[in-house]
Design a protein around this ligand. Structure first.
Ligand SMILES: Nc1ncnc2c1ncn2[C@@H]1O[C@H](COP(=O)(O)OP(=O)(O)OP(=O)(O)O)[C@@H](O)[C@H]1O
Ligand SMILES: [Mg+2]
Length: 358
């Protein structure tokens, strides 16, 4: 056998040391479907097989599996190319205990609700786990106008033909993706009601609008939701448009994890990664400023929090815009006038080197 080339058992063409891309692009086949058709044709050269083994990748039952160890949890996932897998951010800072708990819940097929303040990393935590697990993920924001037709599906007409266009929930259920429902606490009662059955263990979806079609979940389907409030409505006044989730709905989420802002060391490391040009002492001061604002919010002296998202935006604008304009554009101008002066004072205190510039 040629150790540098592998030839397709269907068409005889070669595509380098493995056929994964060739069979997908030319024949629309997964490795398993290819092996079923050509049981004696190898998928890759022996040398490439050795390379894969060294990296913890193995082929089992026609599937290419990558053995992963994440946060001390061993798991294996299919390596096959998958659309919808989020991009990996190597600078994302996991809080290990939380990440491990969410990972175990994902593997256990728990219905996961992540609750925490804006910009604390709820959406990115689940996306970054999915990126590492090679797990396709879809998101839908349930705020405000998301209707049941976007969610479940609706009849459409094309060239005189009427057909049912599946919404995001049945699509994720059939294709085996993680579906992230953003802002669950802002969802309409109709959407929450449509979820009830699916939230059950192995729960199916009945599409009344499509003749009562029943959608059974793919084994890889997962349901995750994020919310800013613990489904108890907005006590703080910070999050407008949120609703009270009733107890029977909340009870259907197996696990609720609180996602808070990172501790100061981790948050400073994230900022330094994203804006390496900034002096470490400045970054420490910026993190202290964010924490001082969060503390003031907790004590109800301020109402607008200072998220990690906001901190990163601020950090990224200091070099191009200068400290004063960066602070105004990314932080102060988003605040109501009465809060602006308080935050400006906190900035003067925590960013002492920049006092002149402020
Ligand atoms: N742990 C982290 N490591 C690196 N970056 C982070 C982390 N947490 C948050 N971020 C940054 O902050 C941004 C906001 O995070 P994310 O969108 O996940 O927050 P969220 O909690 O979902 O917010 P919201 O409630 O507003 O939807 C991300 O784009 C990311 O850049
Ligand atoms: Mg989010």
């Amino acid at each position: 056998m040629d150790n540098r080339q592998i030839y397709c058992g269907l068409c005889g063409k070669a595509d380098g040391v493995s056929l994964f891309r060739h069979i997908r692009e030319e024949h629309g086949l997964t490795p398993g479907a290819y092996q079923a058709r050509c049981p004696n044709a190898p998928l890759f050269t022996p040398a490439f097989g050795e390379y894969l083994r060294e990296r913890g990748i193995r082929v089992e039952g026609g599937k290419v599996l990558s053995v992963l160890s994440l946060f001390g949890v061993e798991t294996s996932r299919e390596v096959a190319f998958r659309e919808q897998v989020p991009g990996r951010d190597d600078q994302f800072a996991f809080e290990p205990d939380l990440a491990k708990a969410v990972l175990l819940s994902l593997l256990a097929n728990d219905r996961i609700l992540l609750v925490g303040p804006t910009g604390s990393g709820k959406s990115s935590l689940i996306a970054q786990l999915a990126a590492r697990l090679n797990w396709p993920l879809r998101r839908i924001n349930l705020h405000g106008e998301t209707g049941v037709s976007d969610f479940l599906g609706t009849h459409k007409a094309k060239k005189g033909e009427v057909f049912f266009q599946y919404g995001i929930l049945p699509t994720a259920m059939r294709e085996g993706q993680i579906l992230v429902l953003e802002e669950l606490d802002a969802a309409t009662p109709e959407i929450l009601f449509s979820l009830q059955g699916v939230l059950e263990d192995g729960g199916v979806l009945t599409l009344a609008d499509n003749g009562g079609e029943i959608i059974a979940p793919h084994p890889d389907f997962r349901l995750v939701a994020t919310a800013n409030t613990l489904g108890l409505g907005d006590e703080s006044g910070l999050y407008t448009g949120t609703n009270v989730l009733n107890a029977s709905h909340l009870d259907r989420w197996n696990v609720v994890y609180a996602v808070d802002y990172l501790d100061s060391k981790r948050e400073a490391a994230v900022v330094r990664d994203k804006a390496p040009e900034l002096a470490h002492s400045l970054v420490d001061g910026m993190v202290k400023l964010a924490q001082a604002v969060r503390k003031a919010v907790a004590e109800e002296q301020l109402y607008t929090t200072f998220s990690t998202r906001c901190l990163l935006a601020f950090a990224g604008k200091i070099a191009p815009l200068g400290m004063k304009t960066a602070l105004e554009a990314t932080v102060l101008n988003k605040l109501p006038a009465n809060e602006r002066s308080v935050v400006r004072e906190l900035a003067q205190r925590h960013l002492p080197d920049c006092e002149g510039a402020l």
